[in-house]
Design a protein around this ligand. Sequence first.
Ligand code: GLN
Length: 486
Amino acid sequence: MSEIYHQSIGQLAAALSARRLSSVELTQAVIARTKAVEPLIHAFNSFDEAGALAEARASDSRRSAGQSRGLLEGIPVGLKDVIAVDGQPLTASSRILSNFVSPYDATVTQKLRRAGAVLWGRLNCDEFAMGSSTENSAFGPTSNPWDTKRVPGGSSGGSAAALAAGAAIATLGSDTGGSIRQPASFCGVVGIKPTYGLVSRYGLAAFASSLDQIGPMTRTVEDAATMLAAIAGHDERDSTSYSAVIPDYHARLIAPNRPHKLGIPREYFGAGLDPEVGAAVEKAIEYYRAQGCEVKPVSLPHTQYCLDTYYIIATAEASSNLARYDGVRYGMRAAEAADIDDLYARSRAEGFGAEVKRRIILGTYVLSSGYYDAFYLRAQKVRTLIREDFLKTYQEVDALITPTSPVPAFKLGEKSDPLAMYLCDIYTIGVNLAGLPAISVPCGFTASGLPIGMQLIGQPFKEADLLAAAHRYEQAHDWYKRHPSL
Ligand code: GLN
């Protein structure tokens, strides 16, 4: 049996309910582990030890009184530092919010509390979730626990690294173009990007509102089902949230042979795919075939336009969302300013990092009069074509299987050219543009010991099918039982 900080929610929930373990003991173990590994990985922007222990004590009391709130009762869960927690810092890994304390809980935070979770730490990420390596954090990069000279992926790199290192039992990330799935694949954990609208965005620091979704990062697929069940559902404070009844993800995990027909999108296995990653995903495809799934090649012909479309729409929305950081209402304010315009300019110039500025400038440009039709409007039309590509394949297959990222974790500092970094998201951003659910599941390791992830892409709101397919594969392999030797 592994150390308790490496166990799954499923294992720990059983130990807690059998009284073999208390939430205080578990939380103390996670805190001690965090302190031991943090100098090596820097996954956290902040944590509140006393607060977490108080929540753990409250959880133990509820349990003693027979009032357990379910599987998450007493489990320490870390949150990406773009999700609001009442009374805790919320920085989005940006200097502009370095002194900001949130006066309210995000809806997902409230839901985790209601499910009995212990909130543990604010996890590092790329500034405002813009990036693929967590190197764009104003507070310094996070390292990959499997090789600390390498990136954990991004933007939810802290959420993935903390989880892989045993510094949280489960975490939340956010995914606008791959930010849950790509770091999950780089760190050897499970990450699910829900269908757009399944999880409320209320209290999430907005990057690109038509693409952003919060989702779980966990050690097992079963844990992902547990976390997703806790955070999904309609929220009147997010008008884009979905109002239908949420299925029982747990009960559906063992659904026999769903999905049955898997599509292999040709465009996701071309140039640029690392051979070891390609081979691992091919083996996973073989597994499904051997299990009796029908596997067939499909095409998503507009894939070649995904990056361009994403970097127009995402930057346009970012330029609008980030206009609120003006140095007046909250966040950092420049010390010296001649007048109000100078105050805005200086606060934003001092507060935002290079990548965020690049995107604000790009987004402002594509929205400016004279360019709006040529860029923004056209990108919206292409976005529709990209979504239609996926929906057409779903007339033939139930789900798609692809690599999550074309490459395994790269070295810190290796990708200094923004375009080289943007190319890392080539297999994940189409899913966000189409608003679909997708899960990244560990599917092997490179010869040098780096985790590899595969992606299953599903139909709108059919997370239960994705989880079932991922669970089946996971349980037939033992990738999830390995931990980095930090
Ligand atoms: N890496 C992509 C970007 O830089 C996606 C980020 C995300 O999903 N938040 O925009």
